[in-house]
Design a binder for this molecule. Structure first.
Ligand code: PLP
Length: 362
Protein backbone atom coordinates (compact mmCIF):
# COMPACT_ATOMS: atom_id res chain seq x y z
CA UNK A 1 0.00 0.00 0.00
CA UNK A 2 1.57 3.27 -1.09
CA UNK A 3 1.65 6.10 1.44
CA UNK A 4 -0.18 9.30 0.52
CA UNK A 5 1.73 12.25 2.02
CA UNK A 6 -0.05 15.32 3.36
CA UNK A 7 1.82 17.59 0.93
CA UNK A 8 4.55 17.34 -1.68
CA UNK A 9 7.07 19.83 -3.06
CA UNK A 10 7.17 20.38 -6.79
CA UNK A 11 10.60 19.47 -8.22
CA UNK A 12 11.31 18.97 -11.93
CA UNK A 13 14.41 18.87 -14.14
CA UNK A 14 14.07 22.57 -14.93
CA UNK A 15 14.38 23.31 -11.20
CA UNK A 16 17.47 21.08 -10.87
CA UNK A 17 19.04 22.83 -13.88
CA UNK A 18 18.28 26.25 -12.42
CA UNK A 19 19.91 25.32 -9.10
CA UNK A 20 23.00 24.12 -10.95
CA UNK A 21 23.12 27.33 -13.00
CA UNK A 22 23.11 29.35 -9.77
CA UNK A 23 25.81 27.16 -8.22
CA UNK A 24 28.02 27.62 -11.26
CA UNK A 25 27.47 31.39 -11.39
CA UNK A 26 29.85 31.80 -8.44
CA UNK A 27 27.58 34.44 -6.86
CA UNK A 28 25.43 33.27 -3.98
CA UNK A 29 23.59 36.06 -2.14
CA UNK A 30 21.27 38.82 -3.46
CA UNK A 31 22.54 38.73 -7.03
CA UNK A 32 20.92 38.65 -10.47
CA UNK A 33 18.65 35.67 -9.75
CA UNK A 34 17.29 37.36 -6.61
CA UNK A 35 16.73 40.67 -8.43
CA UNK A 36 14.91 38.89 -11.28
CA UNK A 37 12.84 36.84 -8.80
CA UNK A 38 11.81 40.05 -6.99
CA UNK A 39 10.67 41.61 -10.28
CA UNK A 40 8.76 38.49 -11.27
CA UNK A 41 7.10 38.16 -7.86
CA UNK A 42 6.00 41.81 -7.94
CA UNK A 43 4.64 41.43 -11.49
CA UNK A 44 2.78 38.24 -10.57
CA UNK A 45 1.28 39.72 -7.42
CA UNK A 46 0.44 43.08 -8.97
CA UNK A 47 2.63 45.32 -6.79
CA UNK A 48 5.47 47.61 -7.82
CA UNK A 49 8.05 45.89 -5.61
CA UNK A 50 8.93 42.67 -3.83
CA UNK A 51 11.63 42.37 -1.15
CA UNK A 52 13.01 38.87 -0.67
CA UNK A 53 13.87 37.88 2.90
CA UNK A 54 15.18 34.78 4.63
CA UNK A 55 11.63 33.86 5.80
CA UNK A 56 8.14 35.34 6.27
CA UNK A 57 8.87 35.72 9.96
CA UNK A 58 12.04 37.75 9.48
CA UNK A 59 10.56 39.73 6.58
CA UNK A 60 7.61 40.79 8.73
CA UNK A 61 9.90 41.54 11.67
CA UNK A 62 11.81 43.97 9.40
CA UNK A 63 8.53 45.33 8.10
CA UNK A 64 7.34 46.13 11.62
CA UNK A 65 10.66 47.87 12.28
CA UNK A 66 10.41 49.82 9.04
CA UNK A 67 6.80 50.84 9.82
CA UNK A 68 7.81 52.04 13.29
CA UNK A 69 5.77 49.55 15.36
CA UNK A 70 6.46 50.24 19.00
CA UNK A 71 6.03 48.86 22.50
CA UNK A 72 2.39 48.86 23.62
CA UNK A 73 0.92 49.11 20.10
CA UNK A 74 -1.99 46.75 19.55
CA UNK A 75 -2.61 44.76 16.38
CA UNK A 76 -5.78 42.80 15.59
CA UNK A 77 -5.05 39.29 14.41
CA UNK A 78 -6.77 35.89 14.37
CA UNK A 79 -5.63 33.41 17.01
CA UNK A 80 -6.29 30.57 14.56
CA UNK A 81 -3.10 30.87 12.49
CA UNK A 82 0.49 29.66 12.50
CA UNK A 83 2.33 30.91 15.60
CA UNK A 84 4.81 32.93 13.44
CA UNK A 85 2.01 35.36 12.51
CA UNK A 86 2.31 36.88 15.99
CA UNK A 87 6.02 36.36 16.74
CA UNK A 88 7.34 39.51 15.04
CA UNK A 89 4.74 41.58 16.94
CA UNK A 90 5.87 40.19 20.26
CA UNK A 91 9.55 40.80 19.48
CA UNK A 92 8.68 44.46 18.79
CA UNK A 93 6.90 44.76 22.16
CA UNK A 94 3.50 45.10 20.46
CA UNK A 95 0.42 43.23 21.62
CA UNK A 96 -1.53 40.85 19.38
CA UNK A 97 -5.24 41.32 20.09
CA UNK A 98 -6.97 38.11 19.10
CA UNK A 99 -10.15 38.13 17.05
CA UNK A 100 -12.36 35.06 16.53
CA UNK A 101 -12.85 33.40 13.14
CA UNK A 102 -15.82 32.66 10.87
CA UNK A 103 -16.79 29.57 8.83
CA UNK A 104 -13.96 30.17 6.35
CA UNK A 105 -11.48 29.90 9.27
CA UNK A 106 -10.46 33.53 8.56
CA UNK A 107 -10.82 36.50 10.88
CA UNK A 108 -14.53 37.19 11.62
CA UNK A 109 -14.97 40.81 10.56
CA UNK A 110 -18.02 41.20 12.85
CA UNK A 111 -15.67 41.14 15.85
CA UNK A 112 -13.12 43.64 14.54
CA UNK A 113 -14.55 46.93 15.67
CA UNK A 114 -15.26 45.88 19.26
CA UNK A 115 -11.58 44.87 19.64
CA UNK A 116 -10.28 48.34 18.79
CA UNK A 117 -8.77 50.52 21.56
CA UNK A 118 -6.88 53.85 21.41
CA UNK A 119 -3.67 51.75 21.14
CA UNK A 120 -4.72 49.81 18.05
CA UNK A 121 -2.46 50.55 15.06
CA UNK A 122 -3.10 47.76 12.56
CA UNK A 123 -4.84 44.58 11.41
CA UNK A 124 -3.24 41.40 10.07
CA UNK A 125 -5.86 39.33 8.21
CA UNK A 126 -4.55 35.84 7.46
CA UNK A 127 -5.61 34.14 4.22
CA UNK A 128 -5.54 30.82 6.02
CA UNK A 129 -5.34 27.55 4.08
CA UNK A 130 -5.26 29.62 0.87
CA UNK A 131 -8.72 31.19 1.30
CA UNK A 132 -8.77 35.03 1.24
CA UNK A 133 -10.12 36.85 4.28
CA UNK A 134 -13.05 39.25 3.83
CA UNK A 135 -10.89 42.27 3.00
CA UNK A 136 -13.58 44.83 2.07
CA UNK A 137 -14.91 44.86 5.61
CA UNK A 138 -11.36 44.83 7.01
CA UNK A 139 -10.59 47.99 5.00
CA UNK A 140 -13.84 49.66 6.06
CA UNK A 141 -12.83 49.27 9.70
CA UNK A 142 -9.16 50.07 9.03
CA UNK A 143 -9.97 53.28 7.14
CA UNK A 144 -12.46 54.43 9.74
CA UNK A 145 -9.91 54.00 12.55
CA UNK A 146 -6.75 54.92 10.58
CA UNK A 147 -5.14 51.49 10.91
CA UNK A 148 -2.65 49.84 8.59
CA UNK A 149 -3.34 46.40 7.10
CA UNK A 150 -0.77 43.69 6.36
CA UNK A 151 -2.06 40.65 4.47
CA UNK A 152 -0.59 37.38 5.76
CA UNK A 153 -0.37 35.53 2.44
CA UNK A 154 2.01 32.80 3.68
CA UNK A 155 -0.49 30.12 2.68
CA UNK A 156 -2.16 31.88 -0.23
CA UNK A 157 0.22 32.57 -3.10
CA UNK A 158 -1.96 33.13 -6.18
CA UNK A 159 -5.31 33.26 -4.36
CA UNK A 160 -7.72 35.99 -5.46
CA UNK A 161 -10.16 38.25 -3.68
CA UNK A 162 -12.81 39.71 -6.04
CA UNK A 163 -10.42 38.90 -8.92
CA UNK A 164 -7.40 40.65 -7.36
CA UNK A 165 -4.34 38.67 -6.32
CA UNK A 166 -3.83 38.62 -2.57
CA UNK A 167 -0.79 40.53 -1.38
CA UNK A 168 -1.62 43.44 -3.70
CA UNK A 169 -4.78 44.59 -1.95
CA UNK A 170 -3.49 46.01 1.35
CA UNK A 171 -0.47 48.30 1.66
CA UNK A 172 1.67 45.19 2.17
CA UNK A 173 1.41 41.44 1.54
CA UNK A 174 3.79 38.95 3.15
CA UNK A 175 4.59 35.54 1.62
CA UNK A 176 6.42 32.40 2.79
CA UNK A 177 8.32 29.95 0.59
CA UNK A 178 8.65 27.25 3.28
CA UNK A 179 8.81 23.83 1.51
CA UNK A 180 5.14 22.87 2.02
CA UNK A 181 3.82 26.18 0.63
CA UNK A 182 2.14 26.54 -2.79
CA UNK A 183 5.22 28.40 -4.05
CA UNK A 184 8.43 27.11 -2.53
CA UNK A 185 12.15 27.61 -3.00
CA UNK A 186 13.05 24.20 -1.50
CA UNK A 187 14.19 25.80 1.73
CA UNK A 188 13.24 28.74 3.93
CA UNK A 189 12.41 32.08 2.34
CA UNK A 190 9.78 34.78 2.14
CA UNK A 191 8.98 38.11 0.57
CA UNK A 192 7.20 41.36 1.21
CA UNK A 193 5.16 42.73 -1.70
CA UNK A 194 4.22 46.40 -1.73
CA UNK A 195 4.05 49.47 -3.96
CA UNK A 196 5.42 51.72 -1.21
CA UNK A 197 8.89 52.68 -2.47
CA UNK A 198 10.00 54.32 0.80
CA UNK A 199 9.13 51.19 2.76
CA UNK A 200 11.03 49.07 0.25
CA UNK A 201 14.14 51.21 0.55
CA UNK A 202 14.10 50.92 4.33
CA UNK A 203 13.52 47.17 4.26
CA UNK A 204 16.33 46.60 1.75
CA UNK A 205 18.70 48.43 4.09
CA UNK A 206 17.48 46.62 7.21
CA UNK A 207 17.82 43.18 5.60
CA UNK A 208 21.47 43.85 4.68
CA UNK A 209 23.19 45.35 7.76
CA UNK A 210 21.67 48.80 7.32
CA UNK A 211 23.56 49.71 4.18
CA UNK A 212 23.13 50.60 0.51
CA UNK A 213 26.86 50.64 -0.18
CA UNK A 214 29.20 47.86 0.88
CA UNK A 215 31.06 49.55 3.75
CA UNK A 216 28.69 52.42 4.58
CA UNK A 217 26.22 51.45 7.34
CA UNK A 218 23.53 54.13 7.70
CA UNK A 219 21.44 52.32 10.36
CA UNK A 220 21.97 49.17 12.45
CA UNK A 221 20.36 46.36 10.47
CA UNK A 222 20.24 42.58 10.32
CA UNK A 223 21.14 39.75 8.01
CA UNK A 224 17.80 38.69 6.51
CA UNK A 225 19.11 38.22 2.97
CA UNK A 226 18.11 35.76 0.26
CA UNK A 227 20.23 33.16 -1.57
CA UNK A 228 20.79 32.86 -5.31
CA UNK A 229 20.22 29.10 -5.53
CA UNK A 230 16.82 29.49 -3.93
CA UNK A 231 15.95 32.46 -6.14
CA UNK A 232 16.82 30.39 -9.23
CA UNK A 233 14.58 27.56 -7.95
CA UNK A 234 11.76 29.96 -7.06
CA UNK A 235 11.78 31.57 -10.51
CA UNK A 236 11.03 28.22 -12.14
CA UNK A 237 8.46 27.30 -9.48
CA UNK A 238 6.66 30.63 -10.03
CA UNK A 239 6.22 29.79 -13.74
CA UNK A 240 4.31 26.65 -12.73
CA UNK A 241 2.33 28.15 -9.85
CA UNK A 242 -0.91 28.82 -11.76
CA UNK A 243 -1.04 25.26 -13.14
CA UNK A 244 -0.27 23.72 -9.75
CA UNK A 245 -2.86 25.92 -8.02
CA UNK A 246 -5.45 24.97 -10.64
CA UNK A 247 -4.70 21.31 -9.94
CA UNK A 248 -5.20 21.92 -6.20
CA UNK A 249 -8.59 23.49 -7.01
CA UNK A 250 -9.59 20.43 -9.04
CA UNK A 251 -8.63 18.08 -6.20
CA UNK A 252 -10.58 20.30 -3.80
CA UNK A 253 -13.64 20.07 -6.08
CA UNK A 254 -13.32 16.29 -6.09
CA UNK A 255 -13.08 16.22 -2.27
CA UNK A 256 -16.07 18.60 -1.99
CA UNK A 257 -18.21 16.44 -4.20
CA UNK A 258 -17.40 13.18 -2.45
CA UNK A 259 -17.21 14.37 1.15
CA UNK A 260 -20.21 16.70 1.32
CA UNK A 261 -22.64 15.17 3.80
CA UNK A 262 -19.95 12.90 5.27
CA UNK A 263 -17.93 15.64 6.98
CA UNK A 264 -18.06 19.45 6.84
CA UNK A 265 -15.93 20.48 3.84
CA UNK A 266 -14.25 23.92 3.75
CA UNK A 267 -16.35 26.83 2.42
CA UNK A 268 -15.27 28.93 -0.53
CA UNK A 269 -16.97 32.31 -0.49
CA UNK A 270 -18.40 33.73 -3.77
CA UNK A 271 -15.77 36.50 -3.81
CA UNK A 272 -12.89 34.10 -3.25
CA UNK A 273 -10.65 32.07 -5.51
CA UNK A 274 -8.96 29.85 -2.95
CA UNK A 275 -5.73 28.01 -3.72
CA UNK A 276 -6.14 25.19 -1.18
CA UNK A 277 -2.75 25.28 0.45
CA UNK A 278 -4.57 22.88 2.73
CA UNK A 279 -7.90 21.12 2.43
CA UNK A 280 -9.31 21.30 5.94
CA UNK A 281 -12.47 19.43 6.88
CA UNK A 282 -14.39 19.55 10.16
CA UNK A 283 -15.08 16.04 11.35
CA UNK A 284 -16.75 14.20 14.21
CA UNK A 285 -14.38 11.86 16.08
CA UNK A 286 -11.53 13.66 14.33
CA UNK A 287 -8.69 11.89 16.18
CA UNK A 288 -10.15 8.45 15.48
CA UNK A 289 -10.56 9.37 11.81
CA UNK A 290 -6.93 10.48 11.63
CA UNK A 291 -5.78 7.16 13.16
CA UNK A 292 -8.01 5.20 10.79
CA UNK A 293 -6.55 6.99 7.75
CA UNK A 294 -2.99 6.63 9.06
CA UNK A 295 -3.45 2.85 9.31
CA UNK A 296 -4.38 2.97 5.60
CA UNK A 297 -1.25 4.90 4.61
CA UNK A 298 -2.97 8.30 4.42
CA UNK A 299 -1.18 11.13 6.19
CA UNK A 300 -3.26 13.94 7.72
CA UNK A 301 -2.46 16.98 9.85
CA UNK A 302 -4.04 19.40 12.33
CA UNK A 303 -3.42 23.05 11.51
CA UNK A 304 -3.38 24.03 14.30
CA UNK A 305 -4.14 22.00 17.42
CA UNK A 306 -3.53 24.82 19.96
CA UNK A 307 -4.78 28.36 19.21
CA UNK A 308 -2.18 31.06 19.71
CA UNK A 309 -3.92 32.72 22.66
CA UNK A 310 -3.41 29.43 24.54
CA UNK A 311 0.24 28.87 23.56
CA UNK A 312 2.45 28.59 26.66
CA UNK A 313 4.93 31.09 25.18
CA UNK A 314 2.39 33.92 25.36
CA UNK A 315 -0.43 33.15 27.84
CA UNK A 316 1.24 35.35 30.50
CA UNK A 317 0.83 38.29 28.10
CA UNK A 318 -2.96 37.85 28.02
CA UNK A 319 -4.15 37.29 31.61
CA UNK A 320 -7.63 38.64 30.76
CA UNK A 321 -8.06 36.96 27.38
CA UNK A 322 -11.77 36.44 26.63
CA UNK A 323 -12.77 33.07 25.16
CA UNK A 324 -12.78 32.79 21.36
CA UNK A 325 -15.66 30.31 20.97
CA UNK A 326 -15.34 29.47 17.27
CA UNK A 327 -11.56 29.19 17.38
CA UNK A 328 -11.69 26.98 20.46
CA UNK A 329 -14.40 24.82 18.90
CA UNK A 330 -12.74 24.19 15.52
CA UNK A 331 -9.35 23.13 16.88
CA UNK A 332 -11.05 19.95 18.11
CA UNK A 333 -12.70 19.25 14.74
CA UNK A 334 -10.28 20.23 11.97
CA UNK A 335 -8.33 17.74 9.91
CA UNK A 336 -6.12 18.58 6.93
CA UNK A 337 -6.36 15.99 4.14
CA UNK A 338 -3.56 15.37 1.61
CA UNK A 339 -3.35 17.94 -1.16
CA UNK A 340 -0.62 19.22 -3.49
CA UNK A 341 -0.14 20.44 -7.03
CA UNK A 342 0.53 16.87 -8.09
CA UNK A 343 -1.81 14.67 -6.01
CA UNK A 344 -3.45 12.19 -8.40
CA UNK A 345 -7.23 11.81 -8.70
CA UNK A 346 -6.79 8.14 -7.81
CA UNK A 347 -5.05 9.06 -4.55
CA UNK A 348 -7.70 11.71 -3.79
CA UNK A 349 -10.34 9.00 -4.33
CA UNK A 350 -8.46 6.72 -1.94
CA UNK A 351 -8.60 9.48 0.68
CA UNK A 352 -12.37 9.91 0.13
CA UNK A 353 -12.90 6.12 0.27
CA UNK A 354 -11.04 6.08 3.59
CA UNK A 355 -13.07 8.94 5.09
CA UNK A 356 -16.39 7.48 3.88
CA UNK A 357 -15.48 3.98 5.11
CA UNK A 358 -14.67 5.39 8.58
CA UNK A 359 -18.19 6.81 8.83
CA UNK A 360 -19.67 3.60 7.37
CA UNK A 361 -20.90 5.24 4.19
CA UNK A 362 -19.42 3.05 1.46
C1 PLP B 1 -0.07 31.78 8.09
C2 PLP B 1 1.43 31.77 8.24
N1 PLP B 1 2.06 32.92 8.59
C3 PLP B 1 3.40 32.97 8.72
C4 PLP B 1 4.19 31.85 8.52
C5 PLP B 1 5.67 31.97 8.72
O1 PLP B 1 6.39 31.69 7.55
P1 PLP B 1 7.94 31.36 7.59
O2 PLP B 1 8.08 29.93 8.01
O3 PLP B 1 8.42 31.59 6.18
O4 PLP B 1 8.58 32.28 8.54
C6 PLP B 1 3.58 30.66 8.13
C7 PLP B 1 4.39 29.45 7.89
O5 PLP B 1 4.35 28.50 8.63
C8 PLP B 1 2.18 30.60 8.00
O6 PLP B 1 1.55 29.47 7.65
Amino acid sequence: MQRIPLSKCYVNQEIRDAALRAIESGYYILGKESAAFEDELAAYTGTKHAVLCSSWTMGVFLLHQAMGLKKGDEVLVPSHTAFPTIEPLIHCGAKPVFVDIDDTFCLDVCHLESAITPRTVGIIPVHIYGHPANLDRVFEVANKHHLWVIEDCAQAQGAQYHGKTVGSIAQVGAFSFYPSKNLTVLGDGGCICTSDAALVEKMRMLRNHGRKEKYLHEIPGFNVRFNEIQAAVGRVALKHLETLNEHRRQIAAQYHQRLQGVVIPPREMPWAKAVYHMYVIRAEKRDDLAQYLKARGIETGIHYPIPNHQQPAVTHLFPHQAPLPKTEQVVGEILSLPISGELSTADANRVCDGVSAFYGQV
